[in-house]
Design a protein around this ligand. Structure first.
Ligand SMILES: Cc1cc2nc3c(=O)[nH]c(=O)nc-3n(C[C@H](O)[C@H](O)[C@H](O)COP(=O)(O)OP(=O)(O)OC[C@H]3O[C@@H](n4cnc5c(N)ncnc54)[C@H](O)[C@@H]3O)c2cc1C
Length: 326
């Protein structure tokens, strides 16, 4: 039996979705292999947010200090490395987010542990750790194994695991003294800049209506926006739409955009290139509207409409609005 560490990510007083996803996977592994789940929470006045994960871990270790108010990879690295040294967890999970991408490599070097990044699955086969990653922009899946080590560090792609609670846990809260009060800082946090008002985070949306090059002209995007509005969904897009400056980059789905995990993903005029589809591997039901029956997206979609989007989208919108009226 060993501990599985999950480095909790939080922002502006809220636990981020990636933390719930990592706790779900850690919980599943813990159940299968009799390990325990320990969440590591660093911050300032973070005890209240520990509540939101207390039923998903066996232990929550909290370091609470003014110096931890804002993320700083140097301080996080030193603090977590100390804990790893002390507890020797078999696995430490970190989100493959902008913070995790900064923290994980330096932590791996500092702790002397092997690291695999952007993992989409984890398993133990005959007690050997296997991490699954995508290669060549999602075209192939690779199973990565490691040289024997006392522990391993993995960063986890957002949206690939469930956010649900798994198992029946009640965390013991362990508050530790922050050991690095006098550590000189090589960099400092200046300011948190929010995205512009009205911007949405497509990685959190439950229903996405995604528009691709099949839309033809910028002004036609309003068709898709109207359908999204009728369905209370959120608009996202493929890369050519961003390249043409028709929609902003933060709405792009795919390997060079965002990974999304909506319950329903409606792809309108999108061919289904692997760089795009790699971003929707966590989606529930995929519905494709494409006039080409041979479009690759139909290989992945759960439902497909082979027709002209300009015919289908307005009819769909009208039907939705009629149904809403009752
Ligand atoms: C390194 C790299 C990274 C990349 N990252 C991403 C990424 O993150 N996200 C991404 O999306 N792409 C990415 N791409 C680009 C990717 O390879 C594809 O070129 C892109 O996804 C295609 O976008 P699309 O499906 O909108 O356009 P197209 O491939 O041109 O497909 C348009 C589709 O619309 C259909 N269509 C046309 N007219 C109609 C109509 N009237 N009604 C119905 N259907 C119609 C067509 O049949 C066609 O299937 C990347 C490429 C590279 C090289």
């Amino acid at each position: 039996m060993s501990e599985l560490f999950v480095v909790a990510e939080h922002r502006l007083g809220e636990i981020r979705e990636i933390t719930f996803e990592m706790l779900w996977k850690a919980g599943e592994l813990a159940q299968e292999h009799s390990h325990t789940v320990t969440a590591i929470l660093l911050g300032h006045e973070v005890s209240p947010i520990a509540e939101s994960i207390s039923d998903r871990a066996d232990k929550i270790i909290i370091f609470d200090d003014e110096r931890l108010k804002n993320f700083n990879a140097d301080i996080y690295k030193e603090t977590i490395a100390g804990l790893i040294e002390e507890s020797k967890p078999i696995l430490t999970l970190i989100g493959n987010t902008s913070r995790g991408m900064e923290l994980a490599p330096c932590l791996a070097v500092r702790a002397g542990l092997p690291l695999a990044t952007d993992c989409i699955d984890i398993m133990f086969k005959d007690d050997k750790l296997i991490a699954q990653r995508q290669m060549y922009s999602g075209k192939i899946f690779s199973d990565v194994s490691f040289a024997p080590s006392a522990g391993y560090i993995l960063t986890i792609r957002s949206g690939v695991f469930s956010k649900d609670r798994i198992g029946d846990r009640q965390a013991e809260i362990v508050k530790k003294d922050f050991p690095l009060k006098d550590m000189p800082l090589k960099k400092d946090f200046i300011e948190f800049v929010e995205t512009a008002a009205g911007d949405v985070d497509i990685s959190q949306a439950e229903l996405l209506i995604s528009v691709g090059r099949g839309i033809g002209e910028e002004e036609n995007i309003s068709l898709v926006k109207e359908l999204a509005e009728a369905l209370n969904g959120v608009v996202s897009c493929s890369r050519p739409i961003v390249d043409k400056n028709w929609l902003p980059k933060h709405l792009q789905v795919g390997t060079s955009g965002k990974s999304v995990s909506p319950k329903v993903y409606i792809a309108v005029g999108i061919s289904g290139a692997f760089q795009h589809m790699a971003g929707v591997s966590g989606a529930g039901t995929i519905i494709a509207i494409n006039k080409d029956p041979k479009a690759p997206i139909f290989r992945t979609a759960d439902y497909g409409i082979v027709d002209d989007l300009f015919k289908i989208v307005p009819v769909l919108k009208d039907r939705v609005l009629e149904t809403k009226k009752g």
